[in-house]
Design a binder for this molecule. Structure first.
Ligand code: ZN
Ligand code: ZN
Length: 228
């Protein structure tokens, strides 16, 4: 019975989503459809920030994250690897931990050499790493939310650019933008004190969170109308 726990890795999450939602995803959803689901649940999560409803933000961001994982699965992108390549314990832009981009008003990206063997092993470890690079006290939760919105848009641009020409360079930018998206999703969760691994383990304690089956037996109309 597929489930997630406090020690699950990002790859475990990818496996879980593949087992539980792979069938429905393959049958029901093309890449742009999945992108819409990612955007839809991110925006609902942001609505929760505006309404100061942490529970709403939590559930919607977890579902946005899981749609993001579905999208990355369809494109065969290893999210754990993409996240570590982009954020090897440091900001992808200034190369520092904690990030000093705001202080230095930095616009250009520094190239960072990945040191092997130090990547966090679990989802919780990645959340902690992002908290060290981007300390939540350095910005408001609204600022973190706006940044997540920006990155969701950039992810969409990268996916649509790749679908325009199917070239390797554009494919690479999906992995990079995906990593940025993930970092901002963790950023919002750090700002709100949401423990991603704990909440995922709760939501996905067994099978699909809605129908409780593997593979998920939720109907297409239920999925696309699902609100939380
Ligand atoms: Zn930085
Ligand atoms: Zn289901």
């Amino acid at each position: 019975m597929p489930s997630l726990n406090l020690k699950s890795t990002i790859l475990d999450h990818q496996d879980f989503v593949r087992q539980v939602y792979g069938l429905n995803n393959d049958r029901f959803f093309a890449t742009p459809d999945m992108l819409i689901q990612v955007q839809r649940f991110v925006m609902r999560g942001l609505k929760g920030i505006r309404q100061e409803d942490k529970k709403k933000t939590t559930l919607n961001l977890l579902i946005a994250l899981s749609w993001f994982i579905s999208l990355m699965n369809q494109l065969h992108i290893n999210v754990q690897e993409a996240a570590w390549n982009r954020f090897p314990g440091r900001c992808s832009c200034c190369g520092k931990c904690p990030c000093i981009c705001r202080k230095e008003k930095r616009k250009t990206r520094k190239r960072i050499i990945v040191k092997s063997g130090k990547a966090p092993r679990t989802i919780a470890g990645f959340q902690k790493m992002f908290s060290a690079i981007y300390p939540p006290e350095s910005r408001t939760k609204e600022q973190a939310g706006i940044h997540l919105g920006e990155e969701a848009g950039e992810l969409a641009e990268a996916v649509l650019a790749y679908r325009g020409n199917r070239e390797g360079q554009d494919f690479e930018s999906i992995a990079n933008e995906g990593a940025d998206f993930l970092s901002c999703l963790f950023g919002v969760c750090n700002s709100l004190g949401i423990d991603v691994a704990k909440e995922l383990a709760h939501l996905f304690s067994r099978n699909c969170h809605a129908c409780k089956k593997t593979p998920c037996e939720c109907t297409f109309s239920f999925i696309v109308q699902f609100r939380s």
